[in-house]
Design a protein around this ligand. Structure first.
Ligand code: NAD
Ligand code: GLY
Length: 359
């Protein structure tokens, strides 16, 4: 088993990574927990719900299962309320523990519920998609979408542990694997050129789910994310580098309608657009823009975005993102592979990048 620790001002918690972690979850539930709310969706529950429930039953605690509808389109306040209805209906108290079993949508919603249910209960992340294992389950960002913007209603709230069972990825659809790999290569782009080159070298094998290479990619991603979060838990500065590609990506997700493009697909395409903008604004080498484009294509993500209703809609959606400061869109950009900075960019330059990279 590999363990990566996340240190935050509020305390430290472990990310444990190994095949078969689902079968040891009971040990993660604190002794003083009174009950467990297992938050999941029908797709994940059909695959592993009974197994996890049997494991959690070893604690002897009351367990309720909260079944949320599957998909980004349901990452909303209405769905969140279903968690509160179920927990209040079952009289779960402040010493209950929420277990989030699923991808980033379940993790973000269950985490937000944990942050506010009775002003805060403990929660455990059990991420079951590659994207959630390498990114969303770590670092305590929790949220739901609002019709006017993605992840607009939420809280920073850290789990007490992240339990990553690498074997659960065997059932993940190929498209979801590709989406998760986009967040993996993001770490190389913002922090480590050698890791980016490693991803280039192993793109095909990672996509084909080579277990040893995937385990390395997951551990290294968790280490990068833990390091950034430990420096800046609440995104007052450097944590924003984790948003490379996300300003473009969120515009794609919102403009197409949540759920049409997977979050990771939109981020993958956004990485290409951010690299292209970096070339215009910072002199990022054009040969490296092609390396980014080729790697995003090699992991199976789209490299060309949708036109939407034109540049104006793109800009208006990007302006609505949380990264806007004082009316200016702040992009995460790359002076070179492995290094990232935040900058605003002239409107005509942004428009050219949008036009060049959409169809
Ligand atoms: P997701 O949660 O929608 O899961 C993708 C699909 O895979 C779903 O249909 C799910 O039911 C299914 N699934 C889950 N595990 C499976 C398995 N083992 N086998 C087969 N199918 C499985 O999508 P995601 O990509 O995991 O997460 C995307 C969400 O994460 C977005 O809402 C995004 O905003 C959020 N996110 C949050 C953070 C953060 O820091 N909190 C970071 C990145 C992304
Ligand atoms: N995924 C961006 C962050 O966690 O900050």
């Amino acid at each position: 088993m590999q363990t990566v620790n996340v240190a935050t001002p509020g305390g430290e918690y472990p990310i444990r990574i190994a095949p078969g972690r689902l079968d040891t979850l009971a040990a993660t539930i604190p002794d003083d927990a009174t009950s467990i709310a297992l938050v999941t969706n029908p797709v994940v529950h059909a695959l592993m719900g009974d197994r996890v429930t049997r494991e959690l039953a070893k604690t002897g605690r009351k367990i309720i299962t909260v079944m949320l509808p599957d998909g980004e389109a349901y990452k909303s306040l209405d769905t969140l309320n279903q968690i509160f209805d179920a927990m209040l209906g079952a009289k779960l108290d402040r010493r209950s523990v929420i277990v989030a079993l699923g991808g980033g949508v379940i993790g973000d919603m269950a985490g937000f519920a944990a942050a506010v249910y009775m002003r805060g209960v403990r929660f455990v992340q059990v991420p079951t998609t590659l994207l959630s294992q390498v990114d969303s389950s770590v670092g305590g960002k929790t949220a739901v979408n609002h019709p006017m913007g993605k992840n607009m209603i939420g809280a920073f709230y850290q789990p007490i542990a992240v339990e990553i069972d690498t074997e659960v990825l065997n059932t993940l659809p190929d498209r979801e694997m590709s989406a998760g790999l986009a967040e993996v290569i993001k770490y190389g782009l913002i922090l480590d050129s050698e890791f980016f080159a490693w991803c280039e070298q192993h793109a095909a094998a990672l996509r084909a789910r080579d277990p040893e290479l995937l385990a390395i990619a997951i551990r290294k991603s968790c280490e990068y994310k833990a390091w950034v979060v430990s420096k800046d838990e609440r995104e007052t500065g450097m944590r924003a580098i984790l948003n490379l590609g996300h300003t473009f990506g969120h515009a794609i997700e919102a403009g197409m309608g949540y759920g049409q493009w997977l979050h990771g697909e939109a981020v993958g395409c956004g990485l290409v657009m951010a690299a292209d903008l970096s070339a215009e604004l910072l002199g990022f080498p054009t040969a490296d823009v092609e390396r980014v484009r080729n790697l995003v294509a090699a992991i199976g993500c789209p490299v060309q975005g949708p036109r939407l209703e034109g540049v104006d809609q793109w800009v208006s959606l990007m302006m609505g993102d949380k990264k806007t400061e004082g009316g200016q869109i702040t992009f995460v950009l790359l002076p070179r592979i492995g290094e990232s900075i935040r900058r605003s960019a002239p409107a005509d330059m942004v428009a050219r990048v949008i036009l060049r990279n959409t169809a």
